[in-house]
Write a protein that binds this ligand. Structure first.
Ligand SMILES: *Cc1c(COP(=O)(O)O)cnc(C)c1O
Length: 393
């Protein structure tokens, strides 16, 4: 059976009523027959049937044992970090999501957890950064926003040999394209706000553990700390996931067309998209993922914040907003938006140039999206003599 068919039928029919949609259990507590004698649920922070259904669906999608749904992607990341103790160290991808960087440096460093950032596209860099105190390796692949690809299977072997956990933030690929647990990772996290939810209408996060033991630890942390996903939002994510395969396939096809358009555009300097043969990690991307996702980034020949701001304020279909993975196309200027909390020097060093623009390519017709970008380039050209000069050079 194909993955899409399997997914659609992993969403259970309600055994009590036959409802084809998952019921929303909007309740805080569950009546017990005698103290401790219940129907599997006692209090909705610990467990809720709607959330549990979502957790089972995502665990199955990621080929893991346990899913745990959180109130945001960052709450999911936070729960994984709580596996560590003071003195432990993390080796993390250098081009890390800005919010994760802020959490690592401004919250966890003061509890004595040290993070080494390295370019994980070369597996040997991970190996070299490991110390006897390293307990966790943190990958994002593709990364945000420069779409770097790391070899999950190779880094999983390094993790295993050094008794570290490997956690992969799989937000950008989604389990429809890439399943890190099958490649040897121990944990996967998602911002379900993005492709899993898929409609820009909620904030949610998920952790999936490959093994029961680790899943139990995260479930304990969640119950102890309380950052659960509400029943209605759990239901919305389930509803989004029903069309995950279809959406991600179209996001990927549209993104590839947009990337090819950008690659030949005279005002564009670099295009970052793992589906392009020119991408430095194209081969490994092809090996570990079914397609290349809906995010495309690019820089301008005129590499200034001003030129980028000009551009992002002149598109019509691409809306200027943080986030990605929804039906409507979005664009953002990471230096001033998602990556503002990273110091400029560090940001530039990890490849996020001043003019870098990130597109979340939506589900509109690709030709309409390309026409929108073309008219924004034209507007940019007319309004900026610097761009006109760049074109002539
Ligand atoms: C958005 C995002 C997060 C954070 O998720 P929230 O749901 O916004 O808390 C984490 N990782 C990546 C790669 C993201 O894009």
């Amino acid at each position: 059976m194909s993955n899409a068919t399997q997914l659609i039928h992993s969403i259970p029919v309600d055994p009590q009523t036959g409802a084809i949609a998952v019921p929303i259990y909007q309740t805080s507590t569950f009546v017990q027959d005698a103290p401790g004698v219940n129907k599997g649920y006692d209090y909705a922070r610990t467990n809720n049937p709607t959330r549990a259904t979502l957790e089972q669906i995502v665990a199955q999608l990621e080929k893991g044992h346990t899913g745990i749904a959180f109130g945001s992607g960052l709450a999911a990341i936070d729960a994984v970090l709580k596996l560590l103790k003071s003195g432990d160290e993390i080796v993390a991808v250098d081009d890390i999501y800005g919010g994760a960087f802020r959490l690592f440096t401004q919250v966890y460093e003061k509890f004595g957890i040290k993070v080494h950032y390295t370019d994980t596209t070369r597996a040997e860099n991970v190996f070299n950064a490991i110390t006897p105190n390293t307990k966790l390796i943190w990958l994002e692949t593709p990364t945000n926003p420069t779409l770097k690809i790391s070899d999950i299977a190779a880094i999983a072997q390094i993790a295993k040999a050094n008794r570290c956990l490997l956690c992969v933030d799989n937000t950008f690929a989604s389990p429809a394209l890439q399943q890190p647990l099958s490649l040897g990772a121990d944990l996967v996290v998602h911002s379900a706000t993005k492709y899993l939810g898929g409609h820009s209408d909620l904030i949610a996060g998920i952790v999936v553990a490959r093994e029961k033991e680790l899943g139990d630890k995260i479930k304990f942390i969640q119950n102890a700390s309380g950052a659960i996903l509400a029943p209605f939002d759990s239901w919305l994510v389930i509803r989004g996931i029903e069309t995950l395969h279809l959406r991600v396939k179209q996001h990927s096809a549209n993104a590839l067309e947009v990337a090819r358009f950008l690659e030949q555009h005279p005002l564009v300097d670099k295009v970052f998209y793992p589906g392009l043969a020119s991408h430095p990690n194209h081969e490994i991307a092809k090996k570990q993922a079914k397609a290349f996702g809906g995010v495309v980034s690019f820089t301008l020949k005129n590499d200034t914040e001003e030129a980028a701001i000009q551009f992002v304020t002149h598109t019509r279909l691409f809306k200027l907003a943080e986030s990605l993975g929804g039906v409507k196309s979005l664009l953002c200027h990471p230096a001033n938006m998602t990556h503002k909390s990273i110091p400029a020097e560090k940001r530039r060093a990890s490849g996020v140039a001043d003019s870098l623009i990130r597109l979340s390519v939506g589900l509109e017709e690709a030709e309409d999206l390309i026409a929108d970008l073309e008219q924004a380039f034209t507007a940019n050209l007319i309004s900026s003599p610097v761009n006109a000069a760049a074109l002539q050079n």
